[in-house]
Design a protein around this ligand. Structure first.
Ligand SMILES: [Zn+2]
Ligand SMILES: [Zn+2]
Length: 343
């Protein structure tokens, strides 16, 4: 089969012909029909220092957002059958640790990561551990099924943010921010203020339901949010850019008692003045890592298969595995939004 491999601790991937893997007793072999490029795949492509803390060994097959059809199952697999339409949960759980035993398996203490610590889905076929295999609705096209995973985290932010009738600021209009905008709209947020420095992505945010767009390079986001909220600040902020300065500034327009969700991983240390910005403000800061298994998936599937949320505008490009270099060029340039690989 054709597979994209990370072979070396250097920039880039290689496309190679390798044998189709065989599923072990608690694994599923899937013919990949659609896969999506995530920000973490770009980090692995560029091989930034973060990778050394995450990736365990080379070579491996990157890619973790996918949907496909089951072609073979291991001996002990009962829940999933050949022919099922499935997607992969990236957080591979142990089922034994304190987190797993307390209904928090998405933060499993012995977690393996699909497409990071074990082989992923940028290939014609992939092995998904049974614990991470999710059967998805038959009526959901593969190209949407592969986006249930990245949709899950912004979905949790919007649901936990209880945005109905409130003002929401979404920082960063990459795919995660676009999902946050779209889901905030269907959950009835009154104002959805999307901010980025990329005009194309801001225009996309308008199509997803943003009521106000702020190019943070051209105007002061703090001033704009305060003026849009009668000086009170935003009730909910969803940080999806990973930009440390953008996150620090968010405390200046977070409403007292408001909620700040951190989804984008900052690459620098944060400078936050704890007393005025957190304590006096009674800021509710919430980090989110992964999807609740399988609660988040159920909600995401319902939103997509009932046609309540249209994510078509987010999918801007599709490439074959052979053209992965073009796909990564566009992904890194920020010209597109969600970029799919169709094996
Ligand atoms: Zn991802
Ligand atoms: Zn565990």
């Amino acid at each position: 089969m054709k597979a994209i491999l990370k072979n070396k601790e250097a920039v880039g991937f290689d496309l190679e012909e390798i044998p189709v893997p065989e599923p072990k007793s608690k694994e599923v072999l899937v013919k990949v029909k659609a896969a999506a490029i995530c920000g973490s795949d770009l980090k692995i492509f560029k091989w930034i220092p973060w990778c050394k803390n995450v990736v365990k060994s080379l070579p491996f097959i990157p890619g973790h957002e996918c949907a496909g059809e089951v072609v073979e199952v291991g001996k002990e697999v009962k829940r999933i059958k050949v022919g099922d339409k499935v997607a992969a949960e990236t957080h591979i759980t142990c089922g034994k640790c304190w987190q797993c035993r307390h209904d928090r398996s998405h933060t499993c203490q012995n977690m393996e990561l699909f497409g990071h610590t074990v082989n992923g889905c940028f290939a014609e076929y992939c092995i998904i551990p049974l614990v991470s295999t999710r059967r998805v609705p038959e009526d959901l096209p593969f190209e949407k099924g592969c986006l249930l995973e990245p949709m899950g985290i912004p979905l949790r932010a919007v649901y936990e943010g209880e945005v109905e009738g409130d003002s929401v600021v979404v920082i960063g209009c990459g795919p995660i921010g676009q999902f946050a905008v779209g889901i905030s709209r269907i959950k009835g947020a009154e104002k959805i203020i999307a901010t980025d420095i990329n005009e194309k992505r801001l225009n996309l945010a308008r199509r997803m339901g943003a009521t106000h767009l702020v190019n943070a390079q051209k105007e002061s986001l703090v001033d704009r949010v305060l003026s849009l909220t009668n000086g009170n600040g935003a009730g909910v902020i969803i940080e999806a850019s990973g930009d440390a300065q953008a996150l620090e500034k968010a405390f200046n327009y977070l409403r007292t008692g408001g909620k700040l969700f951190m989804i984008g991983h900052p690459e620098e240390l944060l400078k936050i003045d704890g007393s005025p910005q957190i304590i006096l403000k009674e800021a509710r800061i919430r980090g989110l890592f992964g999807r609740e298994i399988w609660r988040t998936w159920e909600i995401a599937e319902n939103l997509l298969s009932a046609g309540k949320l249209n994510i078509d505008p987010i999918i801007t490009h599709k490439f074959s595995l052979e053209d992965f270099e073009k796909a990564f060029d566009i992904a890194i340039s920020g010209q597109g939004c969600k970029i799919l690989l169709i094996p």
